[in-house]
Design a protein around this ligand. Structure first.
Ligand code: AGP
Length: 610
């Protein structure tokens, strides 16, 4: 997710662009840049780092330009460097383009452009698009048409803004899968990723829809579909505060990120599921393909929520690929002088890519001869740079301290890795197709699981004064229980423990009384009857049962005081669906207890110290 802004009007564009980028920085903050049309030329200033760093570089620069575009980046292709920052020019430097999204077929387009003699300055998919549009522009001599024709051949998601030194009185914009909104002023127009960058200038907005392209001048705009049909757009009046818009209308970033999960999971899977072949395609692992084919052990190391998704990864990789997997707390692994064999693979999982213990763990493993790979969200982060290869989860910036969408995307990426390794090692194509198909069904199943919010609120009302919670699950839902407990304790400050359901008999059952709420994750899988026995054990001691159960399971109603229903899925992906009501439980419990949801006490989003 990146932040983009454009301005055309009668005022100096640079201050407007910089203010807009500051307001959009929550959408992505690893590099920034602006492009202006000044004295008939495109002038670009861009650099790695936050908006404030670009701001200080430009503090003595005053431009007469009244048209420009600006970008704050959340890297997807290419590390956050000056060269990879947006805007990107075409081969002749006639246009400048900024982009939010992912161009899936950029390699195919790049091959054609290289054959035509194009040279590139960055590693980004965006620069390819800029050159592609520029090459068509030379033929059409009309930026609107060139952009529209180019986009008919582009696959993926985009929100783009383009300016040209040959057409100084217009900005071209287009969207598919990433948001864009026009701000309508008096003899001036604004366009941005969302209204946070517009609200201080105008409350009149026009929302672009997927497949639409628009030519904007200072007092009008023409909108067409990519297939060249003209369309009329309605002007709306904004009635949200800046604060609400930044959170897309949600009260907290955490709630926004919980509800983003159908989209973030779609982005994690985008272009990576090979349904026909029953396989997965992970470009970031191609250069270590032989290593993965021959390794006899994978050690997964991580912290917190990432450690929980790692535990799910252990089940998935062992069950699909038959490779022995060990999961290690990074903070323990780094000091216990672990035995590492030369063809071991160490796999670091980290949302931020900056967790000190995890970085230290991979350094220790590399020192002992292992090859380190990463499953990371933040592109170009320390862990991404210190590992030989890896997979970006593409969940977009996660602002809330309590991790939500990163967890579900990490588990989905483990599903892709398990499928890839499994098919390398004999997993049958028909089983692969079942897994591939289930992966693609998950975003819609998350949407259904999100409909449990009202039942969750009833449970919160009943247990908001509780001091303790137990979360119990079996198989891949043991890590789900751990994650549900972590969510609750870290934002509502209620003491909560996750346990394997069978393990309860070996101690925790002593805690059960009629005040103890016990959350059972009880999907109708091969362990269902065992979980039902554990439910009976808790009931017999007066415990209060909250069950996360499948939609078609009414057997459990008799034994559970509260039942939250979620769609069925394969056991590998159960955590992705079953964690949704538990994320909502933690969120609404924290609200009920007046806790700071997005910045819980004592916590930090990234633990960069030991
Ligand atoms: C999760 O809700 C916590 N904020 C925390 O446990 C986090 O998962 C842990 O610090 C690891 O962070 P990372 O994934 O960025 O490495």
């Amino acid at each position: 997710m990146c932040g983009i802004i454009g301005y055309i009007g009668f005022k100096q564009s640079l201050p407007i662009l910089m203010e807009g980028l500051r307001r959009l920085e929550y959408r992505g903050y690893d590099s920034t840049g602006v492009a202006l049309i000044e004295n008939g030329k495109i002038v670009v200033s861009k650099k790695a780092g936050k908006v404030s760093e670009l701001q200080s570089e430009l503090k003595n620069y005053s431009s007469p330009s009244t048209i420009g575009i600006g970008h704050t980046r959340w890297a997807t292709h290419g590390a956050p460097t000056d060269a990879n920052a947006h805007p990107h020019k075409d081969q002749n430097g006639t246009i400048a383009l900024i982009h939010n999204g992912i161009i899936e077929n950029y390699q195919t387009i790049k091959k054609k452009l290289l054959a035509e003699g194009h040279t590139f300055q960055s590693e980004t998919d965006t620069e390819i698009l800029s050159h592609f549009i520029g090459s068509l522009y030379e033929k059409t001599n009309d930026l609107f048409t060139a952009t529209r024709l180019a986009l008919t051949e582009v696959e993926g998601a985009y929100a783009i803004l383009i300016i040209s030194s040959k057409e100084k009185d217009k900005i071209i914009a287009a969207r598919k899968g990433s948001p864009l909104v026009i701000g309508v002023g008096e003899n001036e127009m604004f366009i941005a990723s969302d209204a946070t960058a517009l609200i201080s200038h105008t409350k009149k907005v026009v929302y672009l829809e997927d497949g639409e392209i628009v030519q904007i001048s200072n007092n009008s705009f023409i909108t067409k579909t990519i297939t060249d049909e003209e369309i009329e757009k309605q002007v709306h009046e904004l009635d949200l505060s800046f604060e609400q818009i930044e959170k897309s209308g949600y009260d907290h970033f955490m709630l926004k990120e919980i509800y983003e999960q159908p989209d973030s999971l779609t982005n994690s899977l985008r272009g990576r599921v090979l349904l026909e072949e029953g396989d997965a395609k992970l470009g970031g692992l191609e250069q270590v393909s032989d290593l993965l084919k021959n390794t006899n052990r994978i050690i997964i190391t991580s912290c917190g929520t990432s450690w929980h998704s790692s535990l799910v990864g252990e089940y998935i990789i062992e069950q699909l690929a038959g490779i022995p997997v060990e999961v290690e707390y990074a903070s323990e692994f780094r000091y216990r002088d672990p035995v590492i064999n030369k063809n071991d693979v160490i796999l670091a999982v980290s949302q931020s890519g900056e967790t000190a213990d995890t970085i230290a763990a991979i350094r220790e493993a590399k020192r002992k001869g292992a090859t380190a790979l990463g499953i990371v969200n933040a592109v170009g982060s320390s862990i991404a740079r210190e590992t030989a290869a890896g997979v970006y989860i593409h969940a977009g910036p996660e602002i809330g301290v309590a991790s939500t969408k990163a967890f579900t995307s990490q588990v989905a990426v483990f599903g892709l890795i398990g499928l890839l390794l499994g098919r390398q090692r004999g997993l049958q194509i028909d089983k692969g197709r079942i897994i591939a198909s289930e992966l693609l069904s998950l975003p819609d199943k998350i949407k259904k699981a999100l409909q449990s919010a009202d039942e969750v609120k009833q449970i919160v009302n009943e247990f908001k004064d509780s001091s303790h919670f137990l979360f119990l699950g079996r198989g891949t839902n043991f890590p789900t229980a751990l994650e549900g407990a972590l969510k609750l304790k870290e934002i509502s400050y209620i003491h909560a423990e996750g346990y394997p359901a069978a393990e309860m008999k070996h101690g925790p059952i002593a805690l059960i009384d009629n005040k103890m709420p016990v959350v059972f994750i009880a999907p109708k899988d091969m362990l269902y009857e065992k979980v039902m026995s554990n439910i009976q054990e808790v009931r017999a001691r007066g415990g209060r049962i909250i069950a996360i159960a499948n939609e078609d399971d009414h057997e459990i109603d008799e034994f559970a005081e509260f039942v939250i229903r979620v769609p069925r899925t394969l056991s590998y992906f159960g955590p992705i669906i079953n964690i949704i009501p538990l994320q909502l439980l933690a969120y609404y419990m924290a609200l009920a207890r007046n806790c700071n949801v997005d910045q819980p006490r004592n916590l930090a989003k990234s633990v960069t110290v030991e």
